[in-house]
Design a protein around this ligand. Structure first.
Ligand code: CA
Length: 231
């Protein structure tokens, strides 16, 4: 019974937050492991191999980014970063290092549980055989033909627009930062890159039939990047 529960490792030195997260997760059927320091977190990680990690960035011994860098050399375990508002730029670099998502403190029960479920779902999708198509709702991306359709109707994207959408779909559920997308699509980043990306994204949304504020397929993570939704 107990051993088919998802194991979540919480690495957080603030005991109030750690016990808040632990209580929510245990109440909802997750098994919880905790660590208060980065090095301890790495040890617990390698001895228990959890299904998900909730990671504070500001840890007393080492920066939480050390944890991400270390674990990403061998594992795609979903990592959700907890960040304070004063750590905005840290959040972006944590995502670029391979964190899947972030939650800004203070956060509520519903938000935490939604992020945890989404991150676990993403890791199950990635573990499945890579398919040659991607679907979410009525959107279909055919990677072999490089074609996008909605409800069977073709959507005519430029090469760049297609590349951006395909890239996001290959990281469904994960926030991709502006710089990660720009590096992948154009190779280099300059002053106009973010604007160029935003213009392309506006065109993609329009072609997908999304009005402003409609997050059906891609959500806009303000000031951070974009995320392809997974349901
Ligand atoms: Ca902290």
């Amino acid at each position: 019974m107990g051993n088919n529960k998802y194991k979540v490792l919480i690495i957080e030195d603030d005991r109030n937050i750690a016990s808040f997260v632990q209580t929510i997760l245990e109440t909802n059927g997750y098994q919880v492991l905790t660590a208060e320091r980065c090095r301890q977190g790495l040890l617990v990680y390698s001895s228990h191999i959890p299904d998900l990690v909730v990671l504070d960035l500001g840890l007393p011994d080492l920066d939480g980014e050390v944890f991400i860098r270390q674990v990403r050399t061998s594992s795609m375990v979903p990592i959700i970063v907890l960040s304070a508002r004063t750590e905005e730029s840290d959040k972006v670099s944590a995502l670029d290092l391979g964190a899947n998502d972030y939650i800004t403190k203070p956060f509520g029960t519903a938000e935490l549980l939604a992020r945890v479920r989404a991150a676990l779902r993403t890791s199950r999708i990635q573990a499945a055989m890579p398919g040659s198509t991607f679907t979410v709702g009525d959107l279909l991306i055919d990677y072999d033909r490089r074609q996008v359709s909605i409800g069977g109707q073709p959507v005519h994207l430029t090469q760049t627009e297609y590349n951006i959408l395909a890239l996001l779909s290959q990281h469904t559920g994960k926030v991709m930062t502006y710089s990660a997308i720009i590096q992948a699509i154009w190779g280099t980043m300059d002053d106009g890159s973010i604007k160029k990306l935003q213009v392309n994204m506006a065109n993609i949304r329009k072609k997908l039939g999304c009005r402003p504020g409609d997050n059906r397929y891609v959500t806009n993570e303000l000031g951070v990047g974009y995320r392809m939704v997974d349901e």
